[in-house]
Design a protein around this ligand. Structure first.
Ligand SMILES: Nc1ncnc2c1ncn2[C@@H]1O[C@H](COP(=O)(O)OP(=O)(O)OP(=O)(O)O)[C@@H](O)[C@H]1O
Length: 305
């Protein structure tokens, strides 16, 4: 179990994280979200032992995780960290990079494991390609596979799919998160992308102003977002009667007291997103077709149970 107790840290006298506490069980997937600069990457680096805490404690299965003041070499075998910049060996092949830290005493096992991981990150066809010839997204996938090669107990992923195109992203996410669950590997993911979270994460930690402002399941946070920051992570929304209403929860109906005048219409593929004005307040709603700017419509809220 990962335990983070009353962690506080700043690179300078300015605190980046204040009194952060949470825990994660074996196999848990915890997503860390928050605005750019809120300290998501810093939290992962601290868990990895890259910096010394100003105060608080970190431990994995009751063994303290210590910073550079107490630990000459950063990192341990049980924990892997895949950063936004990935350090790979450019002049050797993809499979050599992945197998780099696997023992040559067990060649069959090494081959099997490398092949399985190549499949997880969908790079089997590139096994023999030198890493320097790969795109940014492909390199990110090699870094991920290499981190998984030695079967860590916990993995820290910083924006793990940020460089990967939309065609690949969906199936890769499924492969990687299913693999981590199956192997019972704890995973802490810093992300801006709700697609990395919904359907996969067990819990979301929300960082804001150096604190955890929410620690809950994706479902609970989605259904009852307590702040605009949380609602905005999931979808476009409006504030109506001091409640956050997602754009898809606001519908055009024949009659209702909520009368709105369309101010903008955006094509979004399966639907149009409209901006409208209700007595000087701007709202957003989805509609299957485009509505002319200046037209008046009646809106109704439908919230989930
Ligand atoms: N090495 C460093 N030295 C000094 N300040 C730093 C350092 N790394 C990050 N910071 C500062 O710490 C704060 C938190 O940065 P961090 O990278 O943890 O945020 P983040 O939430 O991961 O952001 P992003 O979503 O943009 O990656 C920022 O204000 C950043 O400028």
């Amino acid at each position: 179990m990962l335990q983070v107790q009353h962690l506080s840290f700043g690179y300078t006298t300015n605190p980046i994280l204040k009194d952060i506490s949470f825990s994660a069980q074996a196999g848990d997937y915890i997503a860390v979200i928050g605005e750019s600069g809120s300290g998501k990457s810093t939290l992962l680096k601290l868990i990895y032992g890259e910096y010394d805490l100003d105060s608080g404690n970190l431990s994995w299965n009751n063994e303290a995780i210590l910073g550079p003041k107490y630990n000459l070499v950063v990192g341990t075998d049980f924990m892997k960290y895949v950063a936004q910049e990935f350090e790979l060996m450019p002049f050797i092949s993809v499979e050599e990079n992945i197998g780099k830290f696997l023992s040559n005493f067990f060649p069959d096992e090494k081959k099997e494991r490398t092949a399985a991981l190549l499949e997880v990150v969908e790079l089997t066809a590139f096994a023999k390609t030198k890493v320097k010839l790969l795109s940014g997204g492909q390199k990110q996938r090699v870094a991920l596979a290499r981190a998984l090669a030695k079967a860590p107990e916990i993995i820290l992923l910083d924006e793990p799919f940020s460089h990967i195109d939309n065609f690949k992203k969906q199936s890769l996410r499924r492969n990687v998160f299913e693999y981590l669950k199956k192997q019972n590997i704890t995973c802490i993911v810093a992300t801006h992308d709700k697609e990395d979270v919904l359907g996969f994460a067990d819990r979301i930690l929300v960082l804001d102003h150096a604190k955890i402002i929410a620690d809950n399941t994706p479902e609970n946070l989605y259904k009852a977002p307590e702040t605009a920051l949380i609602a905005s992570f999931f979808s476009e929304f409006s504030v109506i009667n001091e409640t956050f209403i997602y754009a898809h929860q606001l519908h055009v109906v024949a009659h209702s007291p909520l009368k709105a005048i369309i101010t903008n219409s955006y094509f979004k593929g399966a639907y149009y997103l409209h901006r409208a004005d209700i007595n000087g307040n701007s709202v957003l709603f989805e509609h299957p077709s485009s509505i002319t700017i200046g037209e008046s419509v009646c809106l109704q809220i439908t919230k989930p149970e």
